[in-house]
Design a protein around this ligand. Structure first.
Ligand SMILES: Nc1nc2c(c(=O)[nH]1)N[C@H]1C(S)=C(S)[C@@H](COP(=O)(O)O)O[C@H]1N2
Ligand SMILES: [Mo]
Length: 343
């Protein structure tokens, strides 16, 4: 390999469609499989889908490094391939950050370990953020976007497993999921995993783009601000969340018959406990919960024997290692409630 530096920006590949795409494939009660099939993975593209010629594709890594580098697909695939199973979780619309959308899948990504790759090029100690650029551009929320740009704190490298990914579930990335190459940041909301990646830039400050500084920043609570936290918090690490898979909404369950309430729970820090309520929140019981395995979601289950007929609301609350619990309402990770009928 003879790394060289690219001086000019790439030409944007054809966009088809040009304009946002949002395909939500599975509702919570359909998330029955531990490993989500590629056809069931949601598609979120704010600006459309660029169709990239893999032979012309290049990745430039520049900024606060001892030396910049440009890699092609052959360079990348020659390096050791790492497979990472991880929850992939869209945080919902950046224009409606407090709406729970429950877009989550659990998949296997394959690619090159970013931390190992960067080690070869000498990270400057002044570098604090990694900016990542997608080949897509266009209009979003009244703004004209050159490139989709996100950033993340370089400190995230220490937790491991950030990939420059070229495979999803053992096959090349499909066009809509970032072909030929995307970033994958396990444990961070999906928006940070930039598709159609063409540049990684190391900097001492956050990227000044619509999707980094204007959108995708949550307002901190009054308590947090009083405790000295910054007023805004970037949408990076995934907050605790649990999804009820069984029973489905409006399911009819038999009185006095055991029924297994099941679902998935996850967060950046990992889930320590899931509490289930079968009586509209009046009381809770602890579900049995799988140990965390890497970045994958954790299954929970609880056998419930409904004792009286009528309508009731089941809910599950995930509590992560460290103690943070899902809020009841008004957040992207508000608790999931499923109404059922007992007869
Ligand atoms: N280049 C680029 N990367 C992107 C996006 C985008 O619009 N452009 N959308 C982000 C969002 S909001 C999510 S949730 C995930 C969705 O990835 P998927 O469509 O492969 O499921 O990609 C992220 N990466
Ligand atoms: Mo998203």
């Amino acid at each position: 390999m003879a790394p060289s530096q690219r001086s000019t920006e790439p030409t944007r590949p054809p966009m088809d469609p040009a304009g946002g795409v949002r395909q939500i494939k599975l509702q919570p009660h359909e998330m029955t499989e531990r490993a989500t099939a590629t056809k069931d993975v949601f598609v979120l593209a704010h600006l459309g889908i660029p169709h990239v010629d893999p032979a012309a594709w290049r990745l430039t890594i520049d900024g606060l490094l001892a030396r910049s580098v440009t890699l092609d697909l052959v360079d990348l695939k020659r390096r050791p391939r790492k497979i990472v199973e991880a929850v992939h979780n869209c945080c919902g619309s950046p224009l409606e950050p407090t709406v729970a959308t429950r877009r989550a899948v659990n998949v296997r990504w394959g690619g090159v370990d970013l931390a190992e790759l960067l080690d070869n090029f000498g990270i400057d100690p002044r570098a604090k953020f990694l900016w990542s650029y997608g080949l897509d551009g266009g209009e979003f929320a009244g703004s004209s976007i050159d490139w989709f740009v996100k950033d993340l704190p370089l400190a995230r490298l220490a937790a491991g497993d950030i990939l420059i990914a070229y495979e999803l579930n053992g096959a090349p990335l499909p066009p809509e999921h970032g072909f030929p190459v995307r970033l994958v940041v396990p444990g961070y909301y999906g928006t940070n995993s930039v598709k159609w990646l063409w540049r990684l830039h190391l900097a001492d400050r956050r990227a000044d783009s619509l999707f980094t500084t204007k959108l995708y920043n949550d307002n901190a609570s009054a308590e947090d601000v009083a405790a000295g936290q910054p007023p805004q918090r970037p949408v990076w690490a995934i907050a605790p969340e649990a999804i009820i898979v069984t029973p489905a909404p409006d399911a009819v369950l038999a009185v006095n018959e055991p029924f297994e309430i099941t679902g998935w729970a996850w967060s950046f820090r990992g889930i320590a406990c899931v509490e289930i309520s079968t009586d509209d929140g009046a009381s809770t019981q602890r579900a049995s919960l799988e140990e965390r395995r890497g970045w994958a979601w954790q299954r929970f289950s609880l056998t419930w024997r409904p004792s009286s007929p009528g309508e009731t609301r089941l809910s599950a609350r995930a509590i992560e290692s460290g103690g943070t619990a899902q809020p009841d309402i008004g957040a992207r990770n508000a608790i999931h409630v499923v109404k059922v009928v007992v007869r």
